[in-house]
Design a protein around this ligand. Sequence first.
Ligand code: ATP
Ligand code: MG
Length: 314
Amino acid sequence: MVKAVNGVSFDVKSGRTLAIVGESGSGKTVTVLSLLGLIDPPGKIVSGEIYLDGRNLLGLSREELRRLRGKDMALVFQDPMTSLNPVFTIGTQITETLICHMGIAGAEAKIEAIEMLKRVGLPHPEKIIKRYPFQLSGGQRQRVMIALALSMNPRVLIADEPTTALDVTVQAQILYEMRQLIKDCRAGVILITHDLGVVAELADEVAVMYAGSIVEYGDVYEIFDNPLHPYTKALLKSIPRLGTKDEVLRPVLGQPPSLIDLPGRCAFLPRCEHGAGGCRAGVPSLEEIIPGHAVACHRVITAKPEEVTLRALA
Ligand SMILES: Nc1ncnc2c1ncn2[C@@H]1O[C@H](COP(=O)(O)OP(=O)(O)OP(=O)(O)O)[C@@H](O)[C@H]1O
Ligand SMILES: [Mg+2]
């Protein structure tokens, strides 16, 4: 049995953005697909709880969950081409969604659709609604997806690498627009990305995932200014910075472990600069070291609080 995600726990508050970061295969997508009840068999959730406004989603029927998806929990994926239906116009897809989920009448839905496209920065929305997805650029399609997701006034917005497929200038525009829209709609946002620049731009809290578990969790300023886990530190060091004398690119060396048969010790140990004998003493659990800042690292957990702060500063 492969545990793609194991023991992950977090809260997302209304109006706040939680970023989940971590390298490819660390379990970010599986985590959010679990929230939405979209894990395909033979994959399954073997235990745990998922609460939305006090309601345990794991106790809901498939039909109840289906109604919740799109309405209360909206999704924006990396590639909008796979989420938009290729054989319907943009207008049809938006108005159908509004009619189904919001109970708005046809003519009113069309006006609302145009209004929504305007809000996400699409020029000439009255022309866009007559087009098919293939007639739009990648950036335009992603804007349509964001408009669709936010049109339902969701409680939770899940965005899985929403700007990764776009070029850098469009990415910046879309991030700026997303930040405004998120502020307006007061949804709780889960943002998955491997781009720490995006995290710095949008996140309030950050969860760093490694091999299916959260290894560090905290306020975005804490994570950037005071990273405690060696993996988070390595991720931050790997960002190339223009204009500094240090021109060497510093990758996180080594490979992530196979999730089949994870070792009964810290999964990051073979890649860790600070690894020691004590790191073999079981899998470290996520412990709150400083209020609101948790880390799963034997060395940090066993160090005295003043050492943690000093080491983090160093
Ligand atoms: N049903 C399944 N059976 C076996 N392995 C699975 C299954 N679903 C996911 N996995 C594995 O779980 C791991 C986590 O996958 P996931 O898609 O969540 O990664 P990710 O962090 O989103 O990566 P990326 O940044 O590349 O999108 C991967 O190694 C994947 O192959
Ligand atoms: Mg993914």
